[in-house]
Ligand binder design. Structure first.
Ligand SMILES: [Zn+2]
Length: 92
C-alpha cells in the first residue's frame, strides 16, 4: 500500500474526497471520488467519469482517504484464492 502526500496545487481532475477514489492514467491521470460504496473493478466502470469533462475512463487503481475499507481480490494466476483485507485510515 502506498501513502501519498496531499498537494494543494493539484488540478481539479486530481481532487479526492473521503472514502473511495478511483484513478486512471489514460486520461490525464484523473481521480474520481466515489465516496462510501461497494465498487467492483471492471464491473462498475460506468461510474468512472472525469469530474471535469465527464469522459468515461477505465479504472486502473484506487485510493482511500479518511475511511475504513475492505478490499477483496484474487492473486494473479490463482483464481481460487480470494484474499480480503480490512484497513482503517485516519489521514486527515
Ligand atoms: Zn476530463
Amino acid at each position: 500500500m502506498l501513502m501519498r502526500k496531499y498537494s494543494s496545487s493539484a488540478p481539479k481532475w486530481r481532487y479526492y474526497d473521503q472514502g473511495l477514489n478511483v484513478e486512471a492514467y489514460g486520461h490525464s491521470m484523473v481521480i474520481k471520488p466515489l465516496g462510501f460504496r461497494v465498487f467492483k473493478f471492471d464491473i462498475d466502470s460506468e461510474l468512472c467519469k472525469c469530474p471535469l469533462c465527464g469522459y468515461n475512463f477505465n479504472e486502473l487503481t484506487c485510493g482511500f482517504w479518511d475511511a475504513i475499507f475492505r478490499y477483496s481480490g484474487y492473486i494473479s494466476g490463482n483464481p481460487i484464492s480470494l484474499i480480503t483485507i480490512m484497513v482503517q485510515l485516519e489521514n486527515k
